[in-house]
Design a protein around this ligand. Structure first.
Ligand code: SAJ
Length: 434
């Protein structure tokens, strides 16, 4: 199939890079977002998301005249739905006394409905949003068929999950293998024709529900593996073992690759997607549920380590370094670091948190500051919550001249204990029981 005009619904972390990359590969793209702030920011030549290289691609796309931005879709040859699928924050399911989170599909429903007046014979519709199994055939297809057009006969419908890593989105968008799950084989083939405009990785065709499952399996696999690393950190702490040393040695085994423990699992993917499997089959997903429990309680475990290092937290002035959900990104969604800053404040500590990628961001319950120095001034202790490169590169001897604090808690295992001790700091690392 030949596509001249594309409409991308949702201009967030995935939609905007996708829309811009299509536009720089010669197809005319309308990027649609219902958030007026997003539309006006992009129309004003600014970009509302921090992602390496994104500004350059958006600017190139706009300059070429191929990317325009709107608050509603129009006619097109293909539509890509890339809207958020978070979980409900106030609606839960329950199975045998276990409470589980449920996907909030309202954005997918309204984005799909917004296409209806524009859906034509020969169109292709792709859902990219991470979704519970059977969303494409069970939720999206019936909405689109309200037009009287038939899937696989009059128009094509496929599911193609994004699998890019924040921080490396633009490269991975092009280079990663891409899965396209068609409602029919012809739908999948139409999807391949579209994405092959820029995807250099392998394009694998399957059915829609398999593609949905693949996406959820990938992130669940990672969540369960991080959970075991986090559980190892708790066991190591109890046994007086340094988990970082133990993992390094275990990983020399040719078939072992233990991930990194940390203060918890955040972001809008790994901490959310496993719930989509639990929600759909709570009777079968016990292990997945348990891994979520371990990772969700890791901030509480981390608080205990900080308490062990600093004693009572009441009135203690704590410099909290980093609030993002992981290193070198500006994304604060579901961030365990934010949760820990709140727990510290709840325990009576006077928190000054510094997030270099979002220095102006304000939170309820604890104070944020706009510079590292403002966090360090007058501090009793330093807690590293995110392994940003600029924190890893701190020189302990120089830092010792900038703060009265002499206790450091490293929740990410990224600081060199010997160097910090030599500079006069007592260093406590998560999972290092020795
Ligand atoms: N984390 C650990 N230990 C580790 C690895 C990660 O504690 O060893 C934590 C991070 O600090 C962070 C969370 O897990 O809080 C998630 O980070 P991540 O780097 O594992 O993943 P995301 O959320 O940035 O991106 C994931 C990726 N999925 C996989 O690697 C299977 C990405 O490819 C997906 O596209 C993305 O989810 C998504 O959008 O679904």
């Amino acid at each position: 199939m030949n596509f001249k005009k594309l409409c991308v619904l949702g201009l967030g972390y995935i939609g905007l890079p996708t829309a811009s990359t299509f536009a720089t590969h010669g197809i005319e793209v309308t990027g649609v977002d219902i958030n007026e702030m997003v539309v006006s920011t992009l129309r004003g030549g600014e970009v509302h998301i921090q992602e390496p290289g994104l500004r350059t691609v958006v600017e190139a796309a706009v300059k070429s005249g191929k990317l325009s931005v709107s608050n509603r879709p129009g006619t097109a040859d293909a539509f890509i739905i890339a809207v958020p699928t978070p979980f409900h924050h106030n609606e839960y399911g329950e199975y045998q006394g276990r409470r589980y989170m449920k996907a909030d599909m309202r954005a997918v429903v309204s984005a799909t409905e917004s296409i209806l007046p524009h859906l034509r014979n020969g169109n292709l519709v792709i859902l990219e949003s991470t979704s519970p199994p059977r969303t494409t055939v069970g939720l999206v297809q019936p909405i689109l068929e309200k037009t009287g057009l038939r899937t696989g006969v009059d128009f094509h419908l496929a599911y193609s999950p994004e699998r890019v890593l924040p921080g490396q989105i633009l490269r991975e968008l092009i280079e990663n293998a891409r899965v396209i799950g068609g409602v029919t084989p012809a739908c999948a083939a139409a999807g391949r024709d579209l994405y092959s405009l820029f995807v250099r990785g392998e394009i694998v065709l399957t059915d829609a529900t398999t593609a949905e499952m693949v996406k959820l399996m990938e992130n669940t696999y990672r969540d369960v593996n991080i959970a075991i690393a986090n559980e190892f950190s708790r066991l190591a702490q109890r046994f007086g073992v340094d988990v970082w040393e133990a993992i390094q040695i275990a990983n020399r085994h040719p078939r072992v690759k233990i991930l990194r423990p940390g203060p918890g699992v955040g972001g809008h993917c790994i901490s959310v997607d496993p719930w989509f499997l639990v929600e759909t089959a709570p009777d079968l997903a016990g292990l997945i549920y348990q891994a979520r429990q371990v990772n969700d309680t890791q901030p509480g475990f981390t608080l205990g380590i900080i308490q062990d290092a600093l004693g009572s937290l009441r009135g203690k002035r704590i410099a909290a370094l980093g609030l993002a959900f992981k290193e070198d990104v500006d994304d604060l969604r579901e961030s365990p670091a934010v949760g820990i800053a709140r727990l510290l404040a709840g325990a009576g500590a006077l928190v000054k948190a510094f997030e270099p990628f979002k220095p102006g961001e304000k939170f309820e319950g604890f104070e944020t500051v706009a510079s590292l120095q403002a966090a360090l001034d007058g501090a009793d202790g330093i807690v590293l919550l995110v392994g940003h490169t600029q924190f890893k590169e701190l020189q302990p001897s120089e830092l010792a001249t900038r703060t009265p604090a002499r206790v450091v808690v490293d929740t990410r295992g990224v600081l060199d204990p010997a160097a910090w001790q030599a500079a006069g700091f007592a260093i406590h690392r998560l999972g290092a029981g020795k």
